[in-house]
Design a protein around this ligand. Structure first.
Ligand code: PRX
Length: 567
């Protein structure tokens, strides 16, 4: 029997107080995610249970019990406190998937500060705009990433501390840098956890939009309520599970379901901090006896590509339950997983702003491959008419996904950008910015995004950010960035550029520009192709029309081009 039992039964009389009761929380109590994920689990007699099994390059391994996590997160919290970091200040985590990232996250929360995780592959410019927007006080990082921080240090007077978790003394520390070794520091047995309340700010994740700079998504400690219950009912985690969430905590999946969900349930999780290869992933599942695996469509499609013969070389019989998130999970991938793993990947749909799963498939419920499933109990979802924003009460008819605001993990605002936050609502519905339709059985089917944001391998990339970065290259005069279809990543970034006089449009230049973006922004944002043009399609008022280029790439009708400038 699964944790959820019957989805239909759970819908009846659902109330979030189910999770509150299980967590021993009452309205008005203190609620601190850091405490819930460590101290509370130890109080339940699980102090010696493994919380984290970590594996890095070359088979390097580290293990931490819940008591180790409790002590180390206390120690980090206390270290930050001694530096003078105050409640509500932003502390950035800028690391690979090392234990310090997972445990540091809890430490920041225990102090009552705000955890701002950023993907460690971000280049200096991506890093700078996010630290600048958040006016981050401290950044916890590794030697291998510190040069990116040093490069932009002068522009960040608010950044007082750069904490190096792997400082080895070989070179002197520079301005504002300080060393902290999580395992070797004297462990703090008792730390007075900040008396955070439901609405206290907990996490600041950055997400990309179509226009403007990335937006900081403000989450609060009360998000735990949804994250706990969705983990329990959808990921179906049980006490003896070995859970593997492949997402990086630089992104929301890696925090909501790679830290908070499993640890608030006292579940052992494992982390593989190496790049992707089908072989190493299967080896990891076999070695760690992974039972629950939460991954992403791009990874699944890459595994499909690697072929079934490879799978036969491993014993993957420990796998009990599988789920996926981040981009459309195509029906073939679900059917394939049923064939090779003997169980389907359950698709789950949500986003940084929602903080927890919204539309998902459930253990025990009939799976329709290709569908995102149904709303989580407590979530009122619909599909809205694109003009009136009234629910479309017709099955099969496409519209905008809409959610009634108010679930516990919903973002509270965009950081210092309430105006953009307000634009996410119409007619009292929260609009995630995606299109879908609902079938006769109430299942949701994803159609596409309602904006130009590129979803490459489950990661959102803003065309605006890439276009702006391209313009900083000495050779680029104009740029337009769109998604290009891709077998594995569904979409990749493609740039159209015009060059300034005197620069040669050849392969060498293409490579130079690609590298420029990779370093400045990230490997994800790097265009996989650059097409040179003599001019870019523009409106009569001079605005570049991405839409025309996008339609060309996807072989679609261009639509209304009456505003297009004549050549
Ligand atoms: O467009 C949807 C797509 O990813 C967006 C959210 O991205 P992000 O905030 O980075 O969070 C990703 C992980 C939660 C959504 O607005 N998306 C997410 N899940 C699915 C999806 N598209 C189709 N099917 C999904 N299951």
């Amino acid at each position: 029997m699964s944790n959820i039992g019957s989805y239909e039964e759970r819908l009846k009389n659902f109330d979030w107080s189910i999770a509150e009761k299980e967590l021993g929380y009452k309205d008005g109590d203190n609620i601190n995610i850091g405490w819930y994920c460590s101290d509370r689990i130890c109080q339940f007699g699980k102090a010696d249970k493994l919380a984290l099994i970590w594996e890095g390059l070359g088979g390097k391994e580290k293990q931490y019990t819940f008591n180790d996590v409790r002590l180390r997160s206390n120690t980090i919290a206390s270290f930050l406190k001694d530096l003078g970091i105050q409640t509500g200040e932003r502390v950035c985590l800028f690391m690979d998937k090392i234990p310090e990232l997972y445990i540091g996250f809890l430490g920041i929360l225990k102090l009552g500060a705000v955890a701002q995780p950023l993907f460690s592959a971000f280049g200096d410019e991506s890093l700078h705009v996010r630290l600048d927007n958040a006016e981050t006080t401290a950044i916890i990082t590794q030697r291998k990433h510190v040069s990116k921080v040093r490069k932009i240090l002068e522009k960040m007077p608010y950044l007082k501390h750069i904490i190096l978790v792997d400082y080895d003394g070989s070179k002197p520390l520079r301005e504002r840098e300080i060393a902290f070794n999580m395992d070797e520091a004297e462990q703090v047995e008792n730390f007075v956890v900040a008396p955070t309340k439901a609405e206290s700010h907990s996490v600041l994740h950055y997400t990309s939009g179509t226009t403007g700079q990335p937006k900081g998504v403000k989450h609060v400690h009360y998000s735990l309520i949804s994250q706990y219950l969705t983990t329990k009912w959808v990921l179906d985690l049980r006490d003896d599970d070995i859970y593997w969430c492949t997402a990086d905590p630089g992104w929301v999946t890696g925090t909501s379901y790679g830290i908070i969900g499993p640890w608030s349930l006292g579940i052992t999780q494992c982390v593989l901090d190496t790049g992707f290869s089908a072989e190493s992933w299967y080896k990891f599942i076999e070695k760690r006896k992974v039972t629950m695996w939460y991954s992403a469509p791009t990874a699944i499609r890459s595994l499909m590509k690697a072929g079934e013969d490879l799978i036969k070389q491993f014993d993957l019989s420990s796998l009990r339950h599988l789920a996926s998130v981040g981009e459309p999970l195509n029906a073939e991938a679900v059917i394939w997983s049923e064939k090779v793993f003997k169980k389907p990947f359950l698709d789950t749909y949500w986003q940084t702003e929602t903080g927890s799963m919204m539309l998902t498939n459930y253990p025990g419920m009939k799976i329709k491959p290709g569908s995102m499933g149904k709303p989580f109990p407590g979530i009122t979802a619909t599909v809205l008419d694109t003009k009136t924003y009234e629910p479309i009460n017709e099955t099969g008819k496409p519209g905008l996904i809409g959610f009634k605001p108010g679930w516990p993990a919903m973002m509270r605002t965009y950081w210092r950008n309430e105006e953009t936050y307000q634009k996410k609502f119409e007619n009292n519905w929260y609009l995630p910015g995606d299109r879908a339709y609902i079938d006769n059985d109430g299942y949701y089917w994803f159609i596409g995004r309602d904006d130009d944001v590129i979803n490459t391998g489950g990661h959102l990339v803003s065309p605006f950010e890439v276009e702006s970065a391209l313009l900083e290259h000495e050779a680029v005069a104009e740029s337009a960035v769109v998604a290009k279809p891709d077998d594995v990543n569904m979409e990749v970034v493609k740039a159209f550029v015009t060059l300034k006089p005197g620069f040669i449009a050849d392969d060498d230049m293409e490579l130079k520009i690609m590298n420029f973006i990779r370093k400045k922004l990230s490997p994800l944002a790097m265009p996989q192709e650059i097409e040179y043009r003599d001019s870019l399609p523009k409106t009569r008022s001079g605005k570049i029309m991405r839409r025309v280029l996008h339609a060309e790439e996807w072989g679609e009708e261009i639509g209304d081009i009456s505003t297009l400038e004549d050549d």
